[in-house]
Design a protein around this ligand. Structure first.
Ligand SMILES: Cc1ncc(COP(=O)(O)O)c(C=O)c1O
Length: 477
């Protein structure tokens, strides 16, 4: 069995087999360990030499299903590490259809449904986030590429301000691009700046404390010193250690005063605008020139999914236009393959459309509010535990804390928490890794999964304390 053509009659059986395995996986996911024992061995079992002769799809899928313990239950309710969303039922089912339909979302000619769902996804997301309907947007693989896309538009704008079509000519002869931010700037934004040739080191961070909160006075002085020269401000709506926000309204004031481009990275924090209880945290985003967020985080659609919104979407044509005699021209519908970094692209609009269609504005408001409540509950549980210490306020969905038993020496706490972080990931019942916050090692669980309940959050506290006590007892022997 080599040529897939011989398997034409087996397509249904192969998909049934995968669907059955998927159902079993999902049936257990609410109670499962995030990391099952044997995860490494299960993944490693796939190692084999490239087969000279294949034995068909069923055998391949069987082998994959046997290795499924190698998959972390990242779409389950207790994956608090990084900022990892799950998949709503609507998004997941639509994503299956996306693969079956296998549309190339470059243009309407290659996919009416992919293009129309992307147009609707962009329009509805702008409504969800309270962004002006006149802005343009495009779907990307995630927030890193959304930052890249929006900052590419900013780069074109900056070139024009210097009288240069930078996308045609490149940077030759131009000065460095001034980029300012707070200490909250995410490495994906600096990675995007590197990819754009602006350079990671172009960023000047203005922070007034060791957390990274913006120093507006120093930032303003830097913008003033440019003497009217164009600059890019990167605002951060939701930073990863404690879920804090730059004051976007104040950054928008600076942008207006000094003629700068304000770009906002709201990978998960933009969802604060989905509820009136938290929208104030991200007030002013609607005054920016560009803003981005992720789909695979708080929207709970499968990887990979992100979105970039740009006030003047015509700027996207500079870096991303693509033309050839055999390709269509943008017509009645946008040609999304000419508005972002990829030409051929997955029809990500389908899953986003489906989840927004299924749950609507109310559904997302309810979910975000539930997560905010869960974060407050977690904070209270941390505060009530004698061996835990909360390290930050909880404005959104992240709770920053560390394990601190009464008898622990201050200079041993980092090693203790680092060790506990490794134990927690190996234990696998709940998943939350460590970071450095104000110079100390800390946990920073983020709550973004639609399945997460009070019991999951409580279990996180219980497991951290249980493993911490065990680690402490082992060290004392
Ligand atoms: C604030 C922020 N920006 C950007 C990113 C990068 O997102 P992605 O991994 O989807 O590219 C993240 C990821 O956690 C983030 O938290």
């Amino acid at each position: 069995m080599s040529d897939p053509l011989r398997e034409r009659q087996l397509v249904r059986e192969t998909l049934d087999r995968a669907a059955e395995a998927a159902q079993r996986y999902l049936a257990d996911i609410d109670a499962d360990r995030v990391r099952r024992p044997g995860a490494d061995a299960a993944a490693a079992a796939l190692n084999r030499a490239f087969p000279e002769h294949g034995d068909g799809a069923l055998a391949a899928i069987e082998e994959l299903v046997r290795a499924s313990d190698g998959a972390l239950r990242a779409s389950g309710p207790r994956f608090f590490h990084w900022v990892i969303g799950g998949d709503t039922p609507a998004a997941l089912a639509a994503d299956w259809l996306t693969s079956v339909w296998d549309q190339n979302a470059a243009a309407y000619d290659s996919t009416p449904i992919g293009t129309v769902t992307e147009e609707l996804a962009i329009a509805w997301l702008k409504e969800l986030f309270g962004l002006p309907a006149s802005w343009g947007g495009v779907l990307t693989t995630g927030a890193t590429m959304a930052n890249f896309t929006a900052l590419a538009a900013a780069r074109s704008w900056w070139g024009r301000r210097h009288g240069v079509d930078l996308d045609a000519r490149g940077f030759a002869g131009l000065p460095a691009v001034p980029v300012v931010s707070s200490g909250y700037i995410h490495p994906s934004a600096t990675k995007a700046l590197a990819m754009l040739g602006i350079g990671r080191d172009a960023v000047r961070r203005f922070a007034r404390d060791d957390v990274g909160r913006v120093d507006l006075t120093a930032m303003e002085a830097a913008l003033r010193a440019l003497d009217g020269g164009p600059a890019i401000i990167v605002g951060n709506a939701g930073e990863v250690n404690a879920g804090d926000f730059d004051p976007i309204d104040a950054l928008a004031d600076l942008a207006e005063r000094y003629g700068a481009w304000l770009h906002v990275d709201g990978a998960f924090g933009l969802f604060a605008r989905a509820t009136p209880t938290a929208a104030h945290l991200a007030a002013g985003v609607e005054r920016a020139q560009s803003v981005i967020a992720d789909g695979h985080k708080w929207l709970n659609v499968p990887y990979d999914s992100g979105f970039a919104f740009v006030r003047d979407a015509s700027l996207l044509a500079g870096p991303f236009a693509i033309g050839a005699a055999y390709l269509p021209k943008p017509g009645e519908h946008p040609m999304f393959g000419a508005m972002g970094p990829e030409a051929s692209r997955r029809a990500r609009g389908i899953a986003i459309w489906a989840t927004l269609r299924a749950y609507g504005r109310d559904g997302y408001r309810e979910m975000v509010e539930r997560h905010l409540d869960l974060a407050q509950r977690l904070a209270k549980r941390v505060d009530a535990a004698p061996d835990l210490e909360r390290l930050a306020e909880v404005p959104l969905n992240i709770v920053c804390f560390r394990y601190r038993p009464k008898d622990a020496k201050a200079d041993e706490l980092d090693a203790l928490n680092t060790g506990l972080g490794a134990e927690l990931l190996a234990d696998g019942r709940v998943y939350a890794g460590t970071t450095r916050y104000r110079g100390v090692v800390a946990f920073r669980p983020a709550i973004v999964n639609w399945r997460t309940t009070q019991a999951d959050v409580d279990l996180l506290v219980d497991v951290v304390r249980e493993l911490g006590a065990r680690l402490g007892a082992a060290a004392a022997v």
